[in-house]
Design a protein around this ligand. Structure first.
Ligand SMILES: CC(C)(COP(=O)(O)OP(=O)(O)OC[C@H]1O[C@@H](n2cnc3c(N)ncnc32)[C@H](O)[C@@H]1OP(=O)(O)O)[C@@H](O)C(=O)NCCC(=O)NCCS
Length: 194
């Protein structure tokens, strides 16, 4: 596999350019119920490699969606992805998504750092002001990650997610630039402050 091209490096993980050769790995992850059970795309059924390739190739037509590949820095191993979606420059807002697909990498702090680096890019590089996410009420690990990264709960859509016969709440969380301290991006830009 080609060496990652890093955009932002943290302590344990880096955000890199998403290359097409990662598509088979992503397809594997989004067909893993333990991963996709927490994502909105679950209802779409099994995802084929061809559909995922089309999604990847269609990125040029979605300038308001930005995708990062997440790599473990110590090994240069691809472990997941993050995204800044629905970018609205008029109002300075966007939505956020994350998948650490390599399950053996859960609970090592990678998801928290990947979230922080992506939001750092959204605020410090893109100049956005508000980033929103939705998370299902049963996804306690993700909620913990988002709180650690700086998100706050702003609302709850009750019983709006159904898995089998059960219903769960959808939780809304956001983070704003005025409450943000940049961990990496500000320094990476190399702009001297007046
Ligand atoms: C959610 C996800 C991004 C988290 O990544 P991660 O690398 O495991 O997260 P981290 O290691 O940074 O942090 C996990 C935290 O959750 C905590 N945690 C784990 N399981 C938990 C549970 N059942 N209840 C509460 N907290 C839990 C861990 O203890 C840790 O918190 P701590 O540092 O205070 O101890 C990753 O598991 C993932 O991609 N899951 C599948 C897809 C998904 O859920 N995406 C998000 C959709 S909104």
């Amino acid at each position: 596999m080609t060496a990652p091209i890093y955009v932002l490096r943290g302590e344990k993980i880096g955000l890199a350019v998403p290359s097409r050769e990662l598509v088979p790995l992503w397809t594997e992850w989004i067909n893993d119920l333990a991963v996709v059970g927490h994502l909105a795309i679950l209802s779409g059924g099994p995802m084929t490699l061809e559909a995922e390739q089309r999604f990847y190739d269609g990125r040029a037509d979605r300038p308001n969606d930005m995708l990062f590949a997440v790599y473990e820095l110590a090994t240069d191993r691809p472990i997941g992805s993050t995204g800044i979606h629905d970018v609205d420059h008029r109002h300075g807002r966007a939505t956020f998504g994350i998948m650490i697909g390599a399950r053996d990498c859960w609970n090592r702090g990678y998801g928290t750092e990947a979230t922080r680096l992506t939001i750092d890019y959204a605020f410090e590089v893109l100049g956005l002001h508000n980033v929103l996410l939705t998370v299902y009420g049963y996804n306690k690990r993700a909620i913990r990650v988002y709180e650690k990264a700086g998100f706050k709960v702003i609302g709850r859509r009750r019983a709006a997610r159904r898995i089998g016969a059960k219903r769960y709440d959808e939780i809304y969380m956001d983070v704003v630039a005025s409450e943000w301290t940049s961990p990496v991006a500000r320094g990476a830009l190399g702009i001297a402050e007046d």
